[in-house]
Write a protein that binds this ligand. Structure first.
Ligand code: HEC
Length: 402
């Protein structure tokens, strides 16, 4: 293959992996939401009933897709194992595998553009990648140790400590990587913890229980208890992770000077909202939680709103269009052209080409937003745009962007 087609092929790989990641993620989180709902919604059978005698600890009736379903939960295990048992694990594993492959294609193959921001830290590509991978390993190690410590028994305190640990990681990463890569790695770290919970704790525990039962021994309930603990943690991780996975579209969050605090606030809101649903399934409505979550998001949105800038004082003080076009030609067009010259880019990113006066005028508002208000562009400030240049683009746009 012609080497110049590599970035194009990488775009396709990116697309297919992202698609797969989304599909497997939906299958995993969907199944996980369903089982949490099920667990919270089942009610114990009448004492002395047929079901209670069978060892059923809870059941419910549901209607879906034209059929009636009657799931029943056995607290430890049924007296006798059925020949066929469905396991839920590949949804989680394939989500991690496709996610890691995507991390590789989007970030690790192009660390200069996607991970490094020289205004944050002047790292080499391998250093940025090393920090990224290290964050995944450290995240799981610390979390797993905390779970096994006495703290693991105290749900609320444990939750607070794990939350503070994740915020601390977000803070450290925000001082080392570009905001976008810092966010994504916090998400990848939480996602890795969630999948490792399935791979290292939940599934091995279930396997031990099944093996014991097949050998005619009573299963050890401790495995059920441990699995449940991890499963509850995963449940509270879901909304924060899903936010982070879409955050790369929202430079106003990851590019803010206090991006790690913004992340903490949105994650906390996600946990509060998730908690509301968990209580609701159990029949308790507590509006205080989602209200606090929404208030947190609103407060964050207001706190990070771009400051309004005074209109230029004297008419005609704004730079002429030629000046603006020269800046954009120097700082943006290596990527934002029909045929980018920047290595690693196959087509104009986000479909935005800026290589003609007409295109610059058409995208004036977006240019202003990304390069002046949010400072998200040039990505990682790879082309070394100066403050003065941002100021000039700002004045040009505020004077009408003509
Ligand atoms: C090194 C390559 C590179 C340079 C240089 C660069 N950009 Fe970008 N730009 C990107 C990438 C990559 C994206 C897509 C980001 C994403 O995936 O969300 C992007 C996206 C954008 C978007 C769309 C954002 C959105 O979410 O709608 C705008 C607008 C933009 N850039 C403007 C600029 C401006 C203005 C400059 C120059 C000041 C610039 N870019 C310089 C790589 C670059």
């Amino acid at each position: 293959m012609d080497a110049s087609l590599f970035p194009y092929a990488a775009d396709w790989l990116n697309l297919l992996l992202r698609w797969l990641h989304l599909i497997t993620g939906i299958a995993w989180i969907g199944a996980s939401f369903y089982f949490v709902w099920l667990d919270n919604s089942i009610r114990p059978p009448k004492p002395g009933s047929e079901l209670a005698k069978k060892g059923v600890s809870g059941e419910l009736w549901a209607v879906h897709g034209g059929g009636f379903y009657n799931p029943q939960k056995y607290l430890v295990a049924p007296p006798e194992l059925p020949p066929e048992l469905h396991w839920f694990k590949w949804e989680a594993y394939t989500t991690w595998l496709s996610g890691f492959a995507l991390l590789l294609v989007v970030y690790y193959l192009n660390p200069q553009a996607m991970m490094i921001d020289r205004a944050v830290a002047d790292l080499a590509g391998w250093q940025a990648i090393g920090i990224g991978i290290l964050s995944l390993v450290v995240g799981w190690t610390v979390y797993d140790l905390l779970c096994r410590s006495p703290l693991g028994e105290r749900d609320l305190l444990f939750g607070v400590v794990v939350f503070l640990f994740i915020v601390a990681v977000a803070f450290v990463l925000s001082r080392l990587l570009s905001g976008r890569a810092a966010y994504l790695h916090v998400g990848a770290m939480i996602g890795t913890i969630m999948v490792a919970n399935v791979l290292m704790v939940i599934i091995p525990g279930q396997r031990k229980m099944v093996t014991a039962m097949r050998a005619g021994q009573p299963p050890d309930p401790v495995h059920g208890k441990r699995g449940k603990q991890r499963s509850v943690h995963n449940n509270y991780f879901t909304l924060p992770v899903l936010f982070i996975m879409i955050s790369n579209h929202y430079a106003m969050t990851y590019n803010h000077a206090y991006n790690w605090l913004v992340l903490a606030a949105v994650m906390a809101a996600g946990v509060l909202i998730r908690h509301f649903f968990n209580l609701k399934h159990k029949g308790r409505i507590a509006w205080g939680y989602p209200a606090a979550g929404v208030a947190l998001i609103l407060a964050t949105a207001m706190a990070i709103a771009p400051r309004p800038v005074a209109a230029p004082t004297a008419q005609g003080s704004a730079p002429g269009f030629e000046k603006v076009q020269a800046i954009i030609g120097q700082r943006c067009v290596s990527c934002h052209a029909q045929q980018p010259t920047q290595p690693g880019f196959a087509a104009a990113p986000a479909g935005i080409a800026l290589d003609s006066p007409e295109l610059i005028r058409r995208h004036g508002e977006k240019i202003y937003q990304q390069a002046v208000q949010l400072r998200a562009m040039p990505i990682g400030n790879m082309t070394g745009m100066t403050e003065e240049e941002r100021g000039m683009i700002g004045e040009w746009f505020r004077a009408g962007g003509k």
